[in-house]
Design a protein around this ligand. Structure first.
Ligand SMILES: *Cc1c(COP(=O)(O)O)cnc(C)c1O
Length: 387
């Protein structure tokens, strides 16, 4: 019912806003929630309904849903990032000469907050996203926030938007950290100022067909990355160039594109936003990351889980021809988690994979999801409980 009104009330009350921010930064959001809601309850009983935003939690896709708050911090080229703060979610102002607009100096990250059945809120390996952003920033000549600031910003954004974290089993809050060159620059050189921004959106399944097996199209005309390029980092400049391949594949009924190496056009690399694994017997193979493949955190986690479950995992060159003999193929990524591949089309030939009970991909998916939701013991120390 009136959830929108409630958040407007928080917005309209400067004192509450201050309390909200102060509690977030000083004592953590647990006390924020308790404190803020007890204050609110005295004046406005409706706010007890703030636990969940008023949206249809049963039909979440991977679209953008605006949430209440975002986090922002700035830094000049030769300094460290200043302390960031939360503000209302909304448009940002940029110089027309901003580095990100003119020369694509920007990085993104993607991580998720989950609501466990016990009501607890979890993050999954946010430090890994922080480290990856630092590595990317170095590649793109940008300043980057410290690991601690990054993780703290993700936490603050998740908790400030807590009512947008879907109920258990309905999805997750996708958190999108961005690092962009916002300073004006005309000649081709690094931006004089950077902005670190974090926003969030509740999401369900990444692919339209939900959990249905993916139909991949092997692309041999367009490439995602080249040796010496920036395919190994989450630079925003890597994504617009593959939109054409993706829309062409989608127009032909495929779910996503599988890219080949640009030198030999013979080794598989990854899909547009997820890594790929090939299963044959007890061996699971995935292309080694050597600068042209994004080192997924899900990829890394699945490798560990699979090894602990007794599979032999190989990181190596994987030839496109090996797809023909594979028992199973699946992709991994924060957005997709673990997605089973139902078919792969290469040079006009369509390979179909048997989808049966007891797939390796499903076993790995259940383990990973169980850990992320706090249902399976996290012996890896990957999960961060934030509320
Ligand atoms: C983000 C991304 C992945 C997956 O990485 P995760 O850390 O698992 O989310 C894989 N490939 C590409 C190209 C990506 O952008």
């Amino acid at each position: 019912m009136v959830f929108g009104t409630n958040s407007n009330m928080i917005r309209q009350s400067p004192n509450l806003r201050l309390l909200f921010r102060a509690s977030l930064s000083k004592v953590g959001a647990r006390s924020l929630t308790a404190e803020a809601s007890s204050v609110l309850r005295e004046s406005e009983p409706m706010l007890r309904n703030e636990e969940y935003a008023d949206i249809d939690w049963n039909n979440l896709g991977f679209g953008l849903t605006k949430t209440d708050y975002m986090y922002k911090a700035k830094c000049s080229h030769d300094a460290t990032f200043q302390q960031g703060e939360l503000s209302d979610y909304g448009n940002i102002e940029l110089s027309p000469a901003a580095g990100v607009l003119n020369y694509g100096q920007g990085l993104f990250e993607g991580t998720k907050a989950f609501r466990g059945e016990n009501g607890k809120i979890f993050l999954f390996r946010p430090d890994q996203n922080a480290i990856r952003m630092q590595i990317g920033a170095e590649r793109m000549c940008m300043r980057s926030p410290s690991v601690q600031q990054f993780v703290d910003a993700v936490k603050q954004t998740a908790l400030a938007n807590k009512r947008w974290i879907p109920p258990p089993g309905k999805g997750s809050l996708y958190i999108r950290p961005l690092l962009i060159g916002t300073g004006p620059i005309l000649g081709l050189s690094p931006s004089p100022e950077y902005t670190f921004l974090v926003y969030a959106s509740p999401v369900g399944n990444y692919f339209k067909a939900g959990m249905a097996p993916l139909n991949l199209y092997v692309e041999d005309e367009f490439h995602r990355a080249t040796r010496g390029g920036a395919g190994g980092v989450k630079s925003i400049s890597n994504y617009a160039p593959v939109l054409q391949a993706i829309s062409r594949a989608k127009g032909r009924g495929f779910s996503d594109v599988l890219y080949l190496d640009s030198v030999h056009k013979k080794y598989i690399e990854e899909a547009s936003s997820c890594n790929i694994f090939v299963v044959k017997g007890n061996v699971i193979s995935t292309p080694a990351t050597m600068g042209t493949i994004l080192e997924g955190i899900t990829r890394k986690s699945i490798i560990d889980i699979a090894r602990d479950l007794g599979y032999k995992v190989e990181e190596r060159f994987v030839e496109v021809d090996e797809l023909m003999e594979a028992d199973e193929v699946f992709t991994t990524g924060t957005a997709v988690t673990v997605a089973t591949v139902g078919s792969i089309t290469y040079k006009g030939q369509r390979l179909e994979y048997k989808i049966s009970d007891g797939l390796v991909s499903q076993k790995l998916y259940k383990m990973l999801q169980g850990i992320q939701l706090g249902k399976i013991e996290d012996k890896y120390d990957w999960v961060v409980e934030i509320d």
